[in-house]
Design a protein around this ligand. Structure first.
Ligand SMILES: O=C(O)c1ccccc1NCC(=O)[C@H](O)[C@H](O)COP(=O)(O)O
Length: 223
């Protein structure tokens, strides 16, 4: 029996999309609190959206270069259980904000071509040393606008020893989901544009097909 790859569906803005994601088996949902994103959701709408969330689904609040006060204001209105820092925040800034709002956090890494496996291992070590609230790295492609770009990066950059601790993100889709899981065997996968009809509007069939493709990979023994 292979491990069950966790699944995060990011950039949700509508209740019908959240219902579909949860029913299809998503383990986490991502709410983008970055005003410049086409998937941006404000705190009142986010709070309303997740009132229907059942237990055992992680709510991830996504921030880009937000201040501690901005994060605190959101967390006071929206019961997010995990923070995702997706901007240029330092380890110390992530640690301080996470500590201030008493939430664990993921650090998104924008995987430019110069990033090496060694760099990733050092990065993880640096964040673990900075905070006991550090929950892991989310590896995303390097795109303009910080994220949600629908672009894949070179998965071979991910050290085998690190793979079981990372969230693989960036340009995942129904078409490449099985291949991504079989090649990387990540702890989790994260997707946004690959399951959309348009930015911020998810596609029910793509969500269901993506989750099915990940589940199919989980049944295939291998590396
Ligand atoms: O989703 C966005 O619009 C976004 C904007 C700015 C920073 C981060 C953003 N999304 C973060 C995510 O975790 C996305 O799921 C991740 O970048 C992957 O997106 P995609 O390549 O579209 O699957």
């Amino acid at each position: 029996m292979t491990a069950r790859t966790r699944i995060k569906i990011c950039g949700l803005t509508r209740r019908e999309d959240l219902d579909i994601a949860v029913t299809a088996g998503a383990d986490a949902i991502g709410l983008v609190f970055y005003p410049k994103s086409p998937r941006y959701i404000d705190a009142p709408r986010a709070a309303q959206l997740i009132t229907v969330l059942p237990p055992f689904v992680t709510t991830v609040g996504l921030f880009v270069n937000a201040t501690a006060e901005e994060v605190r204001s959101i967390v006071e209105q929206v019961p997010v259980s995990l923070l995702q820092f997706h901007g240029d925040e330092t380890a110390e800034q992530c640690a301080a904000i996470a500590q201030a709002v008493h939430r664990p956090f993921m650090r998104a890494v924008r995987m430019g071509s110069e990033m090496t496996g060694e760099d990733l291992l050092k990065y993880e070590q640096q964040y673990r040393a900075a905070s006991s609230l550090f929950a892991g790295l989310l590896l995303d492609a390097f795109v303009e606008g910080y994220g949600g770009g629908g672009k894949v990066f070179d998965w071979s950059l991910i050290p085998k020893e690190l793979a079981p601790r990372v969230v693989l993100s960036g340009g995942l889709s129904v078409q490449n989901a099985t291949e991504a899981v079989l090649q990387v065997r990540p702890y989790a996968v994260d997707i946004s544009s690959g399951v959309e009809q348009s930015k911020g509007i998810k596609d029910p069939a793509k969500i269901r097909d993506f989750i099915a493709a990940v589940r199919k990979a989980d049944t295939i023994p291998g590396n």
